[in-house]
Design a protein around this ligand. Structure first.
Ligand SMILES: N[C@@H](CCC(=O)N[C@@H](CS)C(=O)NCC(=O)O)C(=O)O
Length: 236
């Protein structure tokens, strides 16, 4: 990292699915950022100054622009560089991609939260929300029965935007999730959880503090041949 060059700053929380999908896109685009891991219960002033709404991910671009939505971070990163064609699905059918995101970030996320975090909402309706979310997961499974990825022939924007949320749905009750008749969805999720890509965005970092040494993301690792290589690159 050049000390004089201003870096993009990525405010993150490791387990947040929105931050996860944004990190996946940054990795795929091969963009280097300064990653600042925060605690949602103790948000730093510098983070709230950049984005008073206080949700992660937030990316402060080197030119001062602030991106406060994970969708915008994905679009920004992939519009810089998209070696694996994640945006192909959106280019082919922008209306479908937009409607997909709206359903995912809208109803699906609502059902996920009211199922997984039922005690914060209404415990009596948890199973209704699980059923409503499951109906959407069954649609994903049907889609994956007819094509290898939600984005078409290969994984792209829709897959990586969705996978972190489906992971969360499973975590709420893995035994129940694994017993559902969704073989294609199970396989799709499992492949992702075992991928190098997932591992590279789930590395643990110390909580950022003012004055701490900058953390470069994705990490640069020495390859077997001795050259530097980005750990973030790879296929599912
Ligand atoms: N629409 C936002 C949602 C981001 C969001 O809600 N992130 C959660 C963490 S997963 C958050 O930061 N919540 C604030 C808090 O818990 O204080 C996006 O897509 O980036």
């Amino acid at each position: 990292m050049e000390e004089t060059e201003r870096q993009h700053i990525f405010w993150s929380f490791r387990r947040c699915p929105y931050a996860m999908r944004a990190r996946l896109a940054v990795c795929s685009a091969g963009i280097r950022v300064e990653l600042r891991e925060i605690l949602l219960r103790d948000k730093p002033d510098a983070f709230l100054r950049a984005s008073p709404k206080g949700t992660v991910p937030v990316v402060e671009l080197a030119d001062g622009t602030v991106l406060e939505e994970s969708r915008d971070v994905m679009q920004w990163a992939l519009s810089q560089n998209d070696p694996d064609g994640w945006l192909d699905v959106q280019r082919r059918d922008p209306d479908h991609a937009a409607a997909f995101f709206d359903a995912l970030d809208g109803p699906f996320k609502t059902h996920l939260d009211r199922y997984k975090y039922a005690s914060r909402f209404d415990p009596d309706t948890a199973l209704e929300h699980r059923a409503a979310g499951a109906a959407m997961l069954a649609e994903f499974d049907a889609s994956l029965a007819s094509q290898p990825s939600l984005s078409g022939e290969k994984h792209g924007l829709l897959d990586f935007a969705t996978l972190p949320f489906v992971r969360q749905f499973r975590i709420a009750d893995p035994v129940w999730f694994d017993a559902q008749p969704w073989p294609h969805l199970h396989h799709w999720l499992q492949d992702f959880l075992e991928s190098r890509q997932f591992a590279s965005v789930m590395k643990k970092y110390a909580i950022w503090q003012q004055g701490a040494d900058p953390v470069s993301f994705p990490e640069i690792v020495e390859s077997e041949t001795g050259g530097a290589a980005d750990i973030g690159q790879g296929t599912v």
